[in-house]
Design a protein around this ligand. Structure first.
Ligand code: H79
Length: 481
């Protein structure tokens, strides 16, 4: 009897212990996934909805300023009294094969006394630009902020001694301009990156991988990016120089994860990974690459794309300032580019290369003012628009856009029209009015299925077209046919 009771007691004890263990297991099972979720969000597997939400402001904003500024503005394209070959002023260290310690002498002269962050932000605003991307560090490795990871920056190394990114991010916030940072993966100054033969570096003709590159990525790039994100709260990180053999697809995926984990809402261009296919800038399709948008460089996509893209372009032939580059695109070309890009569903990131004194060159300022004037009248057809379902263009001189989610269409005509224009793909709502943006009077129109939409432009309006008109926008309520 006693044995049985002991047995029973033992069995119930065992049962109790098992129950407690089981309940604990359940509890920790419940806890684990929650904790794991917080630590390991996979930003590479974002839902379409959350991607659309993150991209919204950028898609609406359309037009931004790119700024290439750094030590290269000091030599400004000239080394040892000779004009250095190659378009790009910011490539002078490489193009003229300047050893690191020689190039550092230019950094010791970087003292842009006329830099005025508020003035720059106002220039952007007046140009109708809604965001900016500035070179926090270009390929030469010199930082425009007070980095704690490096002394090779404007505060610790240059006579200027002031944090440029701090001033500009503040000024942009004041003007409502979104702040973005370019960051070069290439670094000609860092011994664990391209300065593998320090003080010479791994030049363009003889690119070889640095076996220490992953240490540079972990211990230099990542901490710098962390500083940039924590201190200047950028909305965009714009990588470049991803093509070097040192940098791998796996590192790209990890870098994307890393930057998003520091600021989940941030946007990152496709040069964070190895997908870019040449200067056309969109991703190859052999696998899934990281990055939120494609980056055509110095060109505009031939046609629309289902993926987001941003065309970056210079106003003359160089990104970083060059004394002798006077090959400026006309305001007309720049405005027509913005129109073409918008109609194709892209963004336009237009570059300025400020001087070593800290001034945006006058030819750039002049063009930006004109673009701003045009946008004041025609901005409706650019911002917060989307591309049409069928035709984004009619011939060489007409482009279409439409108000996002509305049946409001814009036909932008980039050449002085005749007394009438005929549009083939739009049918206005009955009794609706057609407006030429910037003019009070609404225009007469007729529609028939064979000919299309005919808009009549009265002579007194036609006569107002002049060399500063650049393009006219017709606003039409209706539908695509
Ligand atoms: O920052 C500006 C330039 O300094 C930088 N990008 C802009 C925004 C730039 N660096 N190099 N280039 C532009 C031209 C380089 C082109 C090439 Fe390639 C790199 C040719 C071969 C490797 C890109 C990647 C085209 C093919 C692969």
């Amino acid at each position: 009897m006693a044995g049985k009771i002991i047995n029973l007691k033992l069995i119930s004890l065992c049962f109790l212990i098992l129950l407690v263990l089981f309940m604990n297991a359940c509890k920790s099972d419940k806890k684990k996934p929650e904790k794991a979720k917080i630590e390991t969000v996979n930003y590479l597997k974002e839902s379409e909805e959350s991607f659309d939400q993150r991209m919204k402001w950028w898609r609406d904003d359309r037009f931004g300023m790119f700024i290439h500024w750094g030590v290269y503005a000091v030599p400004a394209g000239i080394y040892n009294n000779k004009e250095v070959k190659g378009h790009n002023g910011e490539w002078i260290m490489n193009n003229a094969q300047i050893p690191v310690i020689e190039y550092e002498k230019f950094a010791k002269q970087f003292d842009p006394a006329k830099f005025d962050a508020n003035e720059w932000a106002k220039t952007m605003k007046d140009a109708g630009m809604k965001y900016v991307v500035i070179t926090s560090k270009h390929h030469d490795g010199f930082g425009l902020w007070d980095s704690k990871v490096s002394d090779y920056d404007v505060v610790d190394f240059a006579p200027f001694g002031k944090d440029i990114l701090k001033a500009l991010s503040k000024a942009c916030k004041k003007q409502g301009i979104k702040f973005g940072l370019y960051y070069s993966i290439i670094d000609w100054h860092h011994p664990e990156a391209q300065a593998i033969n320090y003080p010479n570096y791994n030049n363009w003709e003889d690119l070889k991988a640095n076996p220490k590159f992953s240490s540079y990525l972990e211990n230099y790039m990542k901490p710098q990016l962390k500083e940039l994100i924590e201190n200047y709260d950028p909305e965009i990180i714009w990588f470049d120089g991803e093509w070097i053999p040192d940098f791998t697809h796996e590192q790209g995926l990890e870098l994307y994860q890393y930057v998003r984990s520091l600021k989940p809402s941030i946007l990152i261009n496709n040069r964070v990974d190895k997908g870019r296919s040449g200067m056309q800038g969109m991703n190859k399709e052999d696998k899934k690459y990281a990055g939120d948008f494609g980056t055509p460089e110095q060109e505009i996509l031939e046609t629309t794309s289902t993926l987001d893209w941003e065309s970056c372009m210079t106003m003359n032939d160089t990104w970083g300032f060059k004394t002798n580059d006077h090959h400026w695109k006309s305001t007309e070309v720049l405005i027509h580019n913005l129109i073409d890009v918008t109609a194709k569903g892209g963004n336009y990131l237009l570059n300025v290369g400020p001087t070593a004194e800290g001034l945006i060159p006058k030819p750039s300022i002049d063009r930006l003012k004109q673009i701003g004037k045009w946008l004041k009248i025609n901005g409706e057809a650019i911002y917060a628009t989307e591309k049409l379902q069928n035709n984004y263009k009619q011939g060489d001189h007409i482009r279409f856009t439409k108000e996002k989610g509305k049946s409001v269409y814009f036909s932008i005509v980039m050449k002085k029209p005749g007394k009438t224009i005929i549009l083939k793909n739009l049918r206005p709502d009955e009794n609706s009015t057609i407006q030429l943006l910037g003019m009070e009077k609404s225009l007469k129109w007729e529609f028939n299925a064979e000919e299309g939409l005919k808009i009549v432009i009265p002579k007194e309006i036609l006569n107002t077209w002049n060399k500063n008109t650049y393009a006219w926008t017709f606003k039409i309520n209706g539908n695509e046919i």
